[in-house]
Design a binder for this molecule. Structure first.
Ligand code: ATP
Length: 345
């Protein structure tokens, strides 16, 4: 659906040149919500703006829906851009136009008949829940309502792709959730492909199917959110995973809680493990059934139960204590029952 092939983007020339993206490749499939996460300056905005050629890559090709955008003439590109909607962190609404006229704007640009504009604008305003506000001006709306206008405007021309440039970064947590829910509903209702960029892991966790982690202009890790979330491989990804978590392993170590030293009584061993549960298994008594059988004790040092795009998951950091053979059979049994077990120490 969207393919970025060997994209490099360099701003400026000579000594002042900055390479924002370096030989970057990315594949987004039709109908998925694809999130790109990265710290400030990593290249996220440049990446998303390359998808509709608001930024033209210095090298490489951008393919959307089987069309090589980088090879098109200006007018051909204009036509293809009509199929790519975009929403922005600061909404980018026309302040002197009403909600109705903001949504009608892209349709007027391509000379859509008046009756068709009226039908479409009303449909879009109903979709985003703003049908009662069509005569208001942006200054009379809350941030969340402004973003809803942005979404209605972006969808008015029936795009195949919606690009979201930090679309919830200026919103409070409650409004963020309602906008994310709206994006998920739209994705499911219209099978719309969505690419979003963010620096917040919870945005990825709430609605994305796939995630790519960008760092210094390159993708350092990507895959299904469940996989990347539960088993992050790269240090930058792990950094993001710790956003919002009260305790991490380093803290546990500092407090001596993860240490095995204090539990070597009577020749017993201890082992620190991270256990991940996904889906229905999150709610099953697998851990307690297993340790009852193997006779191993455990202490929970850290735990999370949450959802990744409506799929439940759990992750525990646990210290097992007992006979070393019994500990080994505990971890083996947990893996056999479909849990992911990573031995930390
Ligand atoms: N128009 C520009 N001219 C020169 N350098 C630029 C320009 N736009 C971006 N850059 C540089 O390119 C790099 C990537 O910037 P980009 O805005 O894509 O990152 P980002 O991940 O979106 O950051 P942020 O989250 O802070 O917006 C940075 O080093 C930035 O300074």
């Amino acid at each position: 659906m969207i393919e970025l092939k060997g994209i490099t983007k360099t701003y400026g020339r000579g000594a002042k040149a900055t390479t924002a993206l370096a030989d970057l490749n990315l594949n987004v499939r039709k109908g998925e919500i694809f999130g790109v996460i990265g710290h400030s300056g990593a290249g996220k905005s440049t990446l998303i703006r390359c998808i509709n050629l608001l930024e033209r890559p210095t090298e490489g090709e951008v393919w959307v829906n089987g069309v090589n955008l980088t090879s098109l003439s200006k007018s051909e590109l204009q036509q293809q851009r009509g199929k790519i909607g975009m929403i922005f962190q600061h909404f980018n609404l026309l302040s002197s136009a009403t909600v109705y006229d903001n949504v009608a704007f892209p349709l007027k640009l391509v000379n859509t008949p008046k009756a068709e504009i009226d039908r479409k604008v009303k449909e879009m305003l109903t979709l985003v829940g703003l049908e009662q506000h069509s005569n208001k001006y942006p200054a009379q709306l809350s941030g969340g309502q402004k973003q809803r206008v942005g979404i209605a405007r972006a969808l008015a021309s029936d795009p195949d792709v919606l690009l979201c440039d930090e679309a919830t970064s200026a919103l409070d947590p409650q409004t963020t959730s309602s906008i994310l829910k709206l994006l998920l509903d739209i994705n499911q209702k219209y099978e719309l492909t969505i690419v979003l960029i963010t620096h917040e892991m919870h945005v990825i966790q709430s609605i994305c199917d796939q995630v790519a982690v960008i760092h210094q202009g390159g993708i350092v890790e990507q895959g299904p959110v469940t996989k990347v979330f539960l088993k992050p491989q790269h240090a930058i990804t792990r950094d993001f995973m710790q956003q919002g978590q009260a305790t991490d392993l380093l803290l546990l170590e500092e407090e001596g809680l993860g240490s095995s030293e204090n539990s070597h009584k009577n020749g017993e061993q201890s082992q620190l493990v991270k256990i991940s549960f996904l889906g229905q298994k999150t709610y099953e008594a697998i851990l307690s059934r297993t340790v009852r059988k193997t006779g191993v004790d455990f202490a929970i040092l850290q735990g999370t139960i949450s959802t990744i795009k409506q799929v439940p998951y759990g992750q525990l950091i646990v210290r097992f204590e007992g006979d070393s053979a019994a500990i080994s059979s505990t971890t083996r049994e947990l893996v056999e029952q479909g849990l992911d077990v990573e031995v930390l120490r």
